[in-house]
Design a binder for this molecule. Structure first.
Ligand code: IPE
Ligand code: IPE
Ligand code: MG
Length: 236
């Protein structure tokens, strides 16, 4: 994945091929309702499920979802185990349908850090969907951009010169189209170590909506906003 060459004329963004989402606000969703934080995460997974269905007709080739960051290990152990349990349950309940819908699952980040049973389920899901040719759902698990860039730089150095191109070719996203649109929910306007390199020329879209309340209609709103953004890539 590289930065596209400058296009002249400042054309509108058109159809977004690669959209990424920082799915934030599960905790606040639960707090607002005076329910356990785990329920916020559970509703968050339900929002993912609905979005994977809802995104089908929107022409997106790749949807990259930030599910667990390298910094999220700092959370209490019981929250980490709730999240792990939800990830396992999601794969068990939704893999068949994703596979049947020709969706390819991809993981960015070092998922080997999770419990062996989750690692095994992830590998089964990757194997099962690897030949699928429809859209790609890339899930960021134990993902941090700084870690990813450091790993990519090490790989590039081992093979030869370190240049923007050789680093990009060794990122976890190397096989994906350039990032067009980066969405963050819950009113926070920061990247939190997500796709720092890839976001160099992505369009950013923020919403106050908390992740469990995010629907395909919100995604459509973001895509409509993207379609009329002028992108220059430093050109004119
Ligand atoms: C996002 O929701 C989910 C993960 C980071 C795993 P949060 O848990 O960060 O929710 P808030 O930000 O506390 O509301
Ligand atoms: C970013 O959200 C990580 C995910 C959505 C997985 P956080 O809630 O962890 O980010 P900060 O700590 O508020 O920046
Ligand atoms: Mg948060």
């Amino acid at each position: 994945m590289s930065v596209p060459a400058a296009k002249s004329g400042g054309l509108g963004g058109g159809q977004a091929r690669h959209v990424a989402i920082i799915m934030d606000g599960n905790g606040r969703w639960a707090k607002k309702r005076h329910v356990p934080r785990a329920l916020g995460h559970q509703k968050g997974v339900e929002a993912v499920r609905a979005l994977v269905h809802g995104a089908a007709g929107l022409g997106i080739e790749v949807l990259t979802l930030y599910a667990f960051s390298t910094e999220n290990w700092q959370r209490p152990e019981d929250e980490i185990s709730d999240l792990t349990r939800l990830m396992k349950r999601f794969i068990l309940s939704d893999l068949d349908e994703m596979a049947d819908n020709n969706i390819r699952l991809k993981i960015i980040g070092d998922y080997s850090a999770f419990t062996p049973d989750l690692v095994e389920l992830i590998e089964r899901a990757l194997e099962r969907t690897k030949a699928n040719t429809g859209s790609t759902i890339a899930v960021a698990l134990n993902y941090g951009s700084m870690d990813e860039i450091a790993r990519a730089a090490r790989l590039a150095a081992a093979k030869g010169a370190i240049t923007p191109e050789t680093i990009a070719a060794n990122l976890d996203t190397a096989d994906l189209p350039p990032l067009d649109l980066l969405i963050r929910t819950s009113g926070e306007e920061r990247l939190s170590n997500f796709l720092l390199w890839q976001a160099a020329y992505a369009e950013l879209w923020f919403t106050e909506v908390l992740w469990p309340d995010f629907t395909a209609d919100h995604l459509k709103q973001a895509l409509d906003a993207f379609a009329i953004r002028e992108r220059h890539y430093g050109g004119r």
